[in-house]
Unconditional design. Sequence first.
Length: 81
Amino acid sequence: MKSYTLKRRKDTEEYHLFEGEFANNSPNCSSDQLSICKKMNKIESDGNAFTCFNEDQARKRIAEIGRQVCGVCTSHLYTTY
Ligand SMILES: [Zn+2]
């Protein structure tokens, strides 16, 4: 099952979404090296807004955070089903 982690980019203070996989029957997850939009690398992060959320949780939280979240990363949550 896919997992989502939202990280803040140090220089632009914009949030980008990272996709990963949940470990079997565990709340832990992996996350890709690059964000979904490929504009941010993990190492550019200065913190997480959330980690290891499922798709529904990620959508809700991103809607609350609003426009500081990257548009390309956000739209990915609405185009893949
Ligand atoms: Zn992005």
